[in-house]
Design a protein around this ligand. Structure first.
Ligand SMILES: O=C(O)CCC(=O)C(=O)O
Ligand SMILES: [Fe+2]
Length: 211
């Protein structure tokens, strides 16, 4: 009882997180520029590239890990799942920011997020992910997707690789700018990654799940 009281007293409204909630409730997506600072992006990008260069990534698959079917005509990225329990310094930094948001969402009773999973992703030049919904066979828990872009500061519109979200009102083309995070209801809003025309498109993608 006393603890609960303290928790309530400690609660500080977070303007950014409130905006995210408001966006999600009104349009099912939220775009946050500078969710990660450029220093944080550099640390996370270095961590991603070190693992990519050490050959730790695998060709992505369609479906879940029980039912994998690789098809380059649908999706061409390479991924590496993250494990919070054995997180390195960069990943600790990443998860501390993610957990801050997740705890906030849970405390404001917006969603009961009990599970989360994230993977690094690299889309080499020429790759894409065709229009789809994020649904897993044998698993309807997926609720919110979060994509965090880790590209260099000089990512150009000509590089392509936009995330296109097909919302009720419009089609949104979102450039994968460093530090930008897109949170959306990926089971409801169809979306795609447009072909990368130059450079490599770097990101961390995750899902916040209920139950
Ligand atoms: O990288 C992105 O912008 C979106 C990726 C995506 O849709 C997915 O991995 O399911
Ligand atoms: Fe997706």
């Amino acid at each position: 009882m006393a603890n609960e009281l303290y928790e309530q007293l400690e609660f500080v409204e977070n303007v950014l997180f409130e905006r995210i909630i408001e966006d999600l409730l009104s349009k099912k997506y939220s775009i946050v520029n500078d969710f990660f600072s450029s220093e944080e992006v550099t640390i996370l990008r270095d961590s991603l590239l070190a693992k990519y260069e050490a050959d730790k990534f695998k060709k992505s698959a369609i479906g879940n890990r029980v039912n994998e079917e690789i098809d380059k005509t649908i999706r061409g990225d390479f991924i590496l799942w993250m494990d919070e329990k054995s997180a390195d310094m960069a990943e600790l930094l990443f998860f501390s920011k993610i957990n801050e948001l997740v705890n906030y969402l849970n405390r404001t009773c917006f969603l009961g997020i009990l599970h989360k999973e994230f993977h690094y992703a690299v889309y080499p030049t020429g790759t894409f992910y065709k229009r789809h919904l994020d649904t897993f066979q044998n698993d309807d828990r997926r609720k919110l997707s979060m994509v965090c872009y880790l590209n260099e500061d000089n990512w150009l519109p000509e590089n392509g690789g936009e995330l296109t979200i097909y919302s009720e009102k419009e089609d949104l083309d979102i450039l994968p700018l460093p530090g930008r995070v897109v949170i959306f209801e990926s089971q409801i809003l169809e979306h795609e990654v447009k072909a990368v025309k130059a450079s490599e498109r770097l990101s961390i993608t995750g899902w916040l799940k209920t139950r």
